[in-house]
Design a protein around this ligand. Sequence first.
Ligand code: NAD
Length: 480
Amino acid sequence: MQDVLNTIDGRQSAAVSGEWLDDADPALGETYARVASSDARDVEKAVAAAVRAFPSWSRTPAMQRSRMLRRLARLIERDLEELARAESIDSGKPLSAARAVDIPRAVQNFDFFADAATQFASEAHPTDESALNYTLRQPLGAVGCISPWNLPLYLLTWKIAPALAAGNCVVAKPSEVTPMTASMLGELSIEAGMPPGVLNVVQGLGPRAGAPLCKHADVKAISFTGSTRVGNEIAREAAASFKKISLEMGGKNPTLIFADADLRTAIPETVRAAFSNTGQICLCGSRILIEKGVYPRVRDELVERVRALRVGDPLDARTEQGALVSRQHFDKVMGCLQVAREEGGRVLCGGGRARVEGRCANGFFIQPTLIEGLSAACRTNQEEIFGPVATLLPFETGEEAVSLANSTRYGLAASLWTRDLSRAHKVSAALHSGIVWVNCWMLRDLRTPFGGMKDSGVGREGGMDAMRFFTEAKNVCVKL
Ligand code: NAD
């Protein structure tokens, strides 16, 4: 049994309590490792280490901080295969995806913010000839980064990298469901020569390890990615000490397919948008809105493609759909399928557990599922399922499409497919969504603002938005 440890003050350690949590391989349905179950005492040690490290790290020249981030990127690159395998086993995602997407993106995050460290600048506001205002952007101090299980190393490093680049010291709390690669990152940071206390990783449960971090008076900001329910709790936990918060939360994203779209691209990309990472990406398009004239054709082609998706052993190179992340999440998604049936949904394909032969016979696999015949207002079309389940809804006009798209409490991402340029711009402007993709999905430029509207988010990550979040703006006014 492997031990998944904390990294605090430049050392890897078990939790102060000496307690452990089970870490399961969801493709096998078996525990394979144990995770340090940290509590407020571990958080206290990590925050104290971060506070001690801050004066020196924040004064380290940007070029040197940048070099340190790059060193970490190179070590992740060196261990790419080992990290990808660990991510696949911990989360159930296909090894091919971890190798091609998750771990390379962690490398990119450190490289990208290594550049940002040296390129970050601030504004000046000359007041006629009477004064000069300039803005200092100073790092905050010790900051908390809390991440979910769906893209474990990818999303954790997306927070850690800008925080460090801007000169902060970090206490990271990865998901207890997928803690393995965060522990490996902690080890790599020690190998990279990161000064003790600059990057700390505290493993454990949300309420036991995450909540004390959010409440800690010496933690100046919390950057969180996860569910809307927990985001709400975190906002309350952090409010007492007026921390800066950035919340990236749930989604119920629409894909809008207009009749004039290039369907040869729109259909396969809609499948990719709905079922990538087994539908466990906050950006997945789980409500597919289709203009009536092309509804039958699009539906039939979608069904054909979704039926053909290969569910199987995540370590098998041919697998396209891996396991769901945990027994608990599997049960939740199976419950959602039951609700969809009770609401009168017609299951077009999938609809139940997927049986995988051999070593994965007890794994948490679900068939990729498409459902039609549901109202936009029903639970299935309103609540985030976060699994391999998408619904189809017809629309007649552009106005109706926008109104259906905007009909949930979420507003993270949308993709729309049309050849009509004017419509593309008008619909993009009308959608209540932080991100709109036109004739594509998940085409990312890391400089762009990333985040959601409504119950999907508070604040924006990405590029200079992240650097601004992790710094305090101070205006200096000099009378001339
Ligand atoms: P979650 O909200 O259950 O957990 C996220 C993290 O918060 C975990 O590390 C957890 O331990 C911690 N946590 C839980 N309770 C806490 C508390 N009281 N105080 C502090 N920390 C606490 O989310 P999840 O199930 O791991 O991930 C799935 C969710 O994440 C989905 O809703 C998905 O949409 C969302 N997500 C959003 C984005 C985005 O960019 N908007 C990206 C990926 C995932």
